[in-house]
Ligand binder design. Structure first.
Ligand SMILES: [Zn+2]
Length: 457
């Protein structure tokens, strides 16, 4: 398997630190507002990556942090006049519901920053002791100049970095130095060796990953916009604290999601939350759209792209429904069966190879379409045998599991209950015609119990 490593800017063969164990960390949300579809894209991509790693037999520990204390959380809570932690819990719940609707269900552990304050304090203490950090009146800061590798991931030079930053805190040695601990009195704050305060943003991730993974692990993921300064800061903190390099073996970053060719932002008015998306579209349609693009490429989000994704998904499901309906009439096996099986196996191999090549989902999906076209052709020629159907079903079920999308049409239980109701109503009409009031009333009352409101006219 090959993975594109942002650090080396190249595809590298995937090897793990510990035999078949994979430790994956992806930066989680700051829970002060609803997540937008750009976040949705990133988490869908990593969910599919997690699914594939498990499919390949790796024992995966997928960890995400929840930033539940932060300037943005506090500001929004003040605006709404509520406790910041109550606000954070509310948006955390909404985030998890959004993820569920998008089929994102492979994270093993969501770790809240506020529940890892002792680990954060411990790491800051080490950084101070080793001379990578210093304390001022306003907080504890990481001294960027002490870490010459700063900028390696983003390929920026230290000199370029500091010039562009504006920071009003004169107590820092250099404007690029970033906060590990912010001294504050107001709630919520936590007691520390440096007085009451709260952690900086970057330190929560490394304190959490060190707690669950140790100081070195396999994969760190996130959106492209997090490379600088967030991921640079994580590397600086962890490698300085442990003295071990590299902190992670593979850095993976998802491309941007643009809306009609423009970067999504609140000021442009093209900001779309996952909630807004789900009001009008099925989560699976968006998931299909996301996976139809390679995770590193930008996605241009627009109505047409969603319509196209929906149509594609419908075409697949229609074919598979037809295949099921024709199953009884499918011919029995003949000599050509072996040859056909080989054809499906060949497609499966190509699908898996695509996924092994830096999780190339668009290529895998193109192979899915190839198979769908093949099924259609064979249905038309009426030479799709029963064994062939069994074979292709088993393969497609594997692909469903990897993509996290239902390819087979969902069982239409709801429609069936409608049909049953229709029959019961007919029976009831007949009972009334025969003036069997007792039985027709009983039927009505039982249907009313099931919340079918019937009225006699
Ligand atoms: Zn992070």
């Amino acid at each position: 398997m090959f993975i594109y490593n942002t650090m080396s800017r190249s595809k590298e063969e995937f090897t793990t630190k510990q035999s078949n164990k994979v430790k994956l960390f992806v930066c989680g949300p700051t829970v002060y507002d609803d997540s937008h579809i750009g976040h949705g894209r990133t988490y869908i991509a990593f969910d599919c990556i997690a699914r594939f790693l498990r499919y390949e037999g790796y024992s995966l520990f997928y960890l995400q942090n929840i930033t539940d204390i932060d300037d943005k959380v506090i500001k929004r809570a003040q605006e709404r006049g509520i406790d910041p932690l109550i606000l954070a819990r509310e948006y955390e719940r909404r985030y998890l519901a959004d993820m569920k609707a998008l089929g994102v269900e492979n994270v093993n552990l969501y770790a809240r920053a506020t529940e890892h304050i002792p680990e954060i304090i411990k790491q800051i203490k080490v950084l101070l002791k080793k001379g990578f950090a210093y304390e001022t009146k306003t907080g504890v800061y990481f001294e960027e100049a002490m870490f010459p590798d700063f900028g390696n991931l983003s390929r920026r030079k230290l000199e370029d970095l500091t010039v562009h930053r504006v920071d009003l805190d004169p107590s820092k040695k250099s404007p690029g130095d970033f906060a590990l601990w912010k001294k504050i009195d107001e709630q919520p704050s936590w007691d520390s060796p440096w007085g009451w305060g709260r952690p900086g943003w970057h330190i929560e991730d490394t304190a959490i990953t060190e707690e669950y993974f140790g100081s070195q692990y396999d994969i760190h993921g996130g959106g492209l916009d997090l490379i600088f300064p967030h991921h640079e800061a994580e590397i600086a903190q962890m490698e300085s604290a442990s003295g071990l390099k590299p902190m992670v073996r593979y850095w993976m970053h998802t491309g941007f999601l643009n809306v009609q060719g423009e970067k999504m932002s609140k000021s442009r008015g093209n900001f779309i939350t996952i909630q807004e998306l789900l009001h009008r579209w099925d989560g699976e349609v968006f998931r299909f759209l996301v996976l139809s693009t390679h995770y590193r490429s930008p996605i241009d989000f627009c109505e047409d792209a969603l319509i196209q994704a929906q149509n594609s998904l419908e075409r697949i499901r229609k074919t598979l429904k037809k295949m099921d309906e024709h199953l009884e009439n499918s011919p029995e096996d003949e000599e050509s069966f072996q040859m056909r099986t080989k054809m499906w196996e060949e497609s499966h191999k190509k699908f898996i190879e695509s996924m092994k090549d830096d999780f190339n989902t668009p290529k895998a999906i193109s192979i899915l379409f190839e198979v769908i076209r093949n099924i259609n052709r064979q249905l038309q020629d009426n030479n799709l045998t029963k064994s062939s159907v069994t074979e292709i079903k088993a393969i497609l079920e594997d692909w469903e599991q990897i993509l996290g999308i239902n390819l087979f049409p969902p069982l239409q239980e709801h429609d069936k209950s409608g049909d049953v109701l229709e029959i019961l109503l007919e029976v009831r009409d007949e009972l009334r015609e025969k003036k069997d009031w007792e039985l027709s009333d009983k039927l009505r009352s039982r249907l009313n119990d099931l919340e079918f409101e019937l009225e006699d006219n």
